[in-house]
Ligand binder design. Sequence first.
Ligand SMILES: [Zn+2]
Length: 408
Amino acid sequence: MNVAQGIKEPLIYYQQHPESKYMDAVKEGLMALKDVHGYVNGMYGGDENLHGNDPTQGSELCSAVEFMYSFESILPITGDVFFADYLEKIAFNVLPTQVDDNYKTKQYFQQVNQIEITDKSRNFFNDRVGRIVFGTTTGYPCCVTNMHQGFPKFVQNLWYATADNGLAALVYGASKVNAKVANGQEVSFTEETNYPFSDLIKFTYNTKNDNTFPFHLRIPEWCNNPVIKVNGQIQKYNKEKIFILNRKWSENDVVELQLPMNIAFSRWYENSLGIERGPLVYALKLEEDWREVKTEEFDDTFFEVTTPSKWNYGIIENQINADSLKVDISASYSDYPWNLPNAPISIKIKGRQIPFWEKSMNSTGKIPIQSHPYIELYTPVEELELIPYGCTTLRIAQFPVIDNPRNR
Ligand SMILES: [Zn+2]
């Protein structure tokens, strides 16, 4: 958590001491963190000490919340969309999965590959205070206070005033803003969207008076071909990272932003595979059995979660291309999409079980390296269902890769 808090320090200092080395230091630090401790979800192995990039190490809820707050502090100083992308990655993947649907209990640590949540030992700091189960008083109390800061501060950062007396939407979510622009005129925009699940974002200017001011829109780095329309007219896009609409706004003017989401593959610990689509990381869907537990150590009850589903799947190497994946997007969205039944997107990919990838210390065992062609002798090819990481409680999000089946 100290790393998540401290990562912004050079750029906070930069405001009074504007040398480019402070600007560069944060990204260099983030890259080093990713290289040595990084996960596909944007977090890092930090179960008290920094603890490497094995996806069964823990990352603290406070680390996610403080990481977000660091990006929220850095973004208005730099205007660099890299930090907006990173902020959304934590907000839309890491944060939703670490609290329950009622926002009452939380995990102190979560794992990227997480196959059971029980009050038993893991290969990380464990002082027998329930660091992985969903509880209120379990874990250390820092997380129960921090958990409520994540989304409110995120919402505070959906809109910014700009130095050119306009408005900027650099992070996206359904919202309404009242702001002062130009020479202090009060204006209002409504933002309607099911982002990050939908790629469409609609802004409506709902102010009686006409006003001339620039409206800044972030184009995420994962999006190569955005479509920007004003009152139905497509705007010319020239690879800007922040697209500026500088015009006279009249009541009911509509800006439509479409951010097509491409599939991205990445490799992590032991060459494990991560799968992303736009701002969302995808993970193997595992059924959940929730069980309320009372023990003498805690004043209140807590929840353990286990699964009857098989989890020890690898992805077949020749399936690692966007054309092999089937993406299913629901026609409607729940008000609370962050759970298994309401997950609005699923992706199908082919894999097979790896029989010798077994449980170890209540986590997955070490990820098998690639090149096990003999797996074909044991297990059939199956279609695996992936859903957004933020909708899972148990999951595999960094997959072993299996060599292509032999032609026989
Ligand atoms: Zn904490």
